[in-house]
Design a protein around this ligand. Structure first.
Ligand code: C2E
Ligand code: CA
Ligand code: CA
Length: 749
């Protein structure tokens, strides 16, 4: 009898179809009938016929045979039943009509299609096929294997083989594969697939010198939706975002979700930054439309970073890094914006990197110090308080602005250390100061949100022994976006310690007047952006200042106008009733020794020293660029840039009507014509207007391609300015047509 044990033995054989096919070939005797005189299987109850019949009736596998033309001649009865068609429908039909190729198998590599193997008349290696079943019979996949047969004359006569049903494992594997390449939530490609697609596209495009753009899209405020409406709502939102992206971006692009709320788009053959900018804006607009989720409304936004191969990167990791930097910059620019990658971003990033690396050691190397900027009583012009501002004297780079390193410190988490250090240092310093002059210490929102913040303040007060009433903490409005309940608790705990609280940079962020009414602030600092230009007649800032002042005085708070630079600004804020002023008009932040000298001599009064009026033209662009004329390349200064033209300085007497090319950097060559010319200054008009770079800047639609630079004999790499300069200055002649003048000495500012 065929025992369970024997079955198990068979099942093991069944593991390997190659082995089974081999076994089968040993059974055969030309006619396909099992031989009867095999020494191994000759015993009665394991007679071959009996054994094979048992096997046929099991579901482990079935037999089939074909003729030399590939038509099915025999197939086990249970297999016929499984196919679900009458045997007459199957026998006589070509193998390839019954056993169809698996969809998508062309690109799956590995297996050769059955058709191909049959034609070769070699052994058929185990191959997965799809069954041609009747209507509504459901899908089924089998694995087929076989060995070629020859007739007595040694001529090919067809195949003998085996099949087995592998539907379950096939479906399982297919789903797993799909899961490994697609995002199950949105159905978009996942990170894995996106990176292999990008890799493949760029490799192919390098050979054919084609361009390819990528867009990284990061949702703003998604976390809030997730936190407040729940994860299922978050999931639904992501699905809707995916749908909108697909609609805006249309055909011919690959969209993927590469992280929680981060999407990537691969756009082959796109390099026009005008088109890309428009598309990015449309994506931002579409994603920012309100969503309806289970009857509830949700609003999010998004930021977009764009990079284009081969200009911004040639390899996929370079390109992704470039787009990532652009995205980072878009987010830093205030969200809901897009940015193109530029070399400037790269330089900024590496500078930041350097700062980050050195910042960790700044305290231990004793490179930090505190400077003190006087805050004056608005009428007497006497210092009543100083704002402590951190200064970093870097051993190699010199002074680094806190505007540069404080954000980095916040991001990498060193701000708590810096903040605690500053607090203690200031408390210890002012303890010795005569009179009752106060000092204000800036508190970053990140520092404020740390659990032990109140303890840090308590410790600094205790260690230094300073009178807490002389210490002010400047807190920015951004603490109001977080956990309000905690913020108010901390405010009150700080007040209990006896320190004063000032609201810094008022008007720049999230202030709600409601918060202001309830929070125990002693002082409001009106941000310098409101002070700037508040004296000019067409400016509404003075009305805002008036409103803040009246609110503050109603609540019994002091007001400080920050960043007062000119006499007319001082007059304006004084007239509006602010109680205190701070700014360069009186004094910049002074080193500890300097301020202490003044305090020691009792010179508390400061005299306004500075311009009468604010001049808005003081910050016009003044950047060195290249100018190409004929075979020559010149250095000129860009004085002014608009969409349609530029003002340049540095070449003497260029005639009106001269055609030139401006090299604006990063491969951006703009063809232009001189329209006005006066001494070393020219006004030029661009042939094609510039476009927005997503920030405040402008850029060219197209750039010179690295392939052109490669053609000029340079190795292929993404654009940098030396490469372009080398290309455009390649044919420099010995005498130049125009005279270059050094205008740096005539520079006005
Ligand atoms: P802030 O708190 O708004 O500080 C005022 C900034 O305005 C200071 O820049 C100050 O030097 C500058 N300023 C003062 N008067 C004028 C003026 O008349 N015109 C102009 N244009 N600017 C003026 P600074 O020292 O570069 O600091 C920049 C920012 O860095 C500060 O802005 C503050 O947010 C942060 N910061 C500085 N020191 C610290 C610190 O110790 N801890 C923390 N957490 N942040 C600090
Ligand atoms: Ca401040
Ligand atoms: Ca401020």
């Amino acid at each position: 009898m065929f025992t369970t044990e024997s079955y198990r033995v068979w099942a093991q054989y069944e593991e390997s179809y190659a082995q089974m096919a081999g076994l089968l070939s040993r059974f055969k005797n030309g006619s396909g009938e099992p031989e009867s005189d095999s020494p191994v299987l000759s015993e009665q109850k394991f007679g071959r016929a009996h054994l094979l019949q048992s096997l046929e009736n099991s579901d482990l596998g079935w037999f089939w045979a074909s003729d030399a033309e590939g038509r099915i001649q025999y197939i086990s009865e249970p297999a016929v039943r499984r196919i679900g068609r009458p045997a007459s429908d199957i026998v006589g039909r070509p193998m390839t009509e019954v056993f169809l190729p698996v969809e998508g198998s062309e690109d799956s590599g590995g297996e050769r299609p059955l058709k191909f193997q049959l034609a070769k008349r070699n052994s058929i290696k185990p191959t997965t096929v799809r069954l041609d079943r009747g209507e509504g019979a459901g899908e089924s996949w089998w694995e087929i294997a076989g060995v070629p047969q020859t007739d007595a004359g040694g001529k090919f006569s067809g195949y003998h083989g085996i099949v087995r049903d592998v539907s379950e494992s096939f479906k399982h594997q297919r789903d797993a594969e799909k899961m490994s390449r697609y995002d199950s939530l949105t159905g978009l490609s996942n990170r894995h697939r996106m990176s292999s697609q990008l890799e493949a596209t760029l490799t192919a495009f390098k050979a054919s010198k084609r361009s390819c753009a990528i867009m990284l899209i990061d949702l703003d405020r998604f976390k809030q939706v997730n936190d407040t409406m729940g994860h299922p709502a978050g999931d639904e939102l992501l699905k809707q975002v995916a749908g909108r992206l697909a609609r805006v971006l249309g055909e011919g692009v690959e969209i993927g979700r590469i992280g929680g709320d981060e999407f990537e788009v691969i756009m082959p053959d796109v390099d026009d930054r005008g088109t890309l900018g428009d598309l990015a804006m449309r994506v931002i607009q579409m994603v920012s439309q309100p969503y309806s989720i289970n009857g509830m409304r949700a609003v999010i936004g998004c930021s977009v970073g764009v990079a284009v191969a081969p200009f911004d990167g040639i390899e996929s990791d370079e390109l992704v890094k470039a787009a990532d930097l652009a995205l980072y910059s878009a987010k830093g620019g205030g969200r809901g914006q897009f940015r193109f990658y530029s070399n400037e971003l790269r330089d900024k990033a590496s500078y930041r990197h350097q700062i980050e690396a050195d910042l960790r050691d700044a305290i231990s190397r004793d490179e930090l110090e505190m400077h003190y900027q006087p805050i004056l009583d608005v009428n007497r012009h006497e210092v009543v308080c100083v704002e402590a501002l951190m200064r970093w004297n870097h051993s190699e780079r010199g002074m680094i602005s806190p505007a540069d390193f404080i954000p980095v410190a916040e991001e990498v988490g060193i701000i708590r250390e810096l903040g605690a250090w500053a607090l203690l240092r200031v408390c210890e310093t002012i303890r010795e100061w005569p009179g009752d002059i106060r000092a204000a210490v800036n508190v970053s929102a990140v520092q404020f949100s740390s659990e032990d913040f109140v303890d840090v303040v308590r410790r600094a007060l205790k260690t230094s022994g300073v009178n807490p009433a002389r210490v002010e903490l400047e807190i920015t409005e951004s603490v109001f976006v977080g956990d309000m309940e905690r913020a108010f608790r901390v405010f009150n705990e700080l007040k209990e310690l006896g320190v004063k609280l000032a609201l810094d940079d008022f008007g720049t962020g999230y202030s709600s007047l409601g918060y202001l009414r309830d929070a125990p602030f002693d002082k409001i600092k009106i941000d310098q952006s409101f002070v700037r230009g508040c004296a000019s007649p067409d400016n509404r800032n003075d009305a805002i200042i008036s409103a803040v002042v009246s609110l503050a005085s109603a609540l019994g708070m002091e007001t400080v106008a920050e960043g007062v630079e000119t006499k007319d600004e001082l007059r304006a804020v004084t007239d509006r009733g602010v109680s205190h002023v701070e700014g360069m008009l009186f004094a910049r932040a002074l080193p500890q020794l300097e301020i202490e000298e003044r305090l020691a001599t009792g010179e508390l009064k400061f005299v306004p020293k500075g311009p009468e009026k604010y001049r808005s033209d003081r910050r016009t662009e003044f950047r060195k660029i290249g100018l190409i004329h004929g075979d020559d390349r010149y250095n000129v200064f860009l004085r002014n840039l608009s969409r349609t033209g530029a003002k340049i300085e540095g070449l003497l007497d260029v005639p009106v009507g001269t055609d030139i090319v401006l090299d604006l950097g990063g491969g951006q060559l703009a063809v232009a014509t001189v329209r006005r010319s006066e001494g070393f200054s020219q006004g030029v008009e661009f042939e094609t207007p510039l476009i927005s770079d997503g920030a405040d800047g402008l850029c060219t639609r197209h750039r010179v391609s690295p392939y052109q630079i490669e053609a000029a004999g340079r190795p292929l790499r993404s654009l940098n300015d030396e490469a372009v300069a080398a290309l455009t200055g390649a044919m420099r002649s010995s005498t130049k047509y125009f005279v270059e003048v050094d205008i740096t000495s005539t520079r006005r500012d």
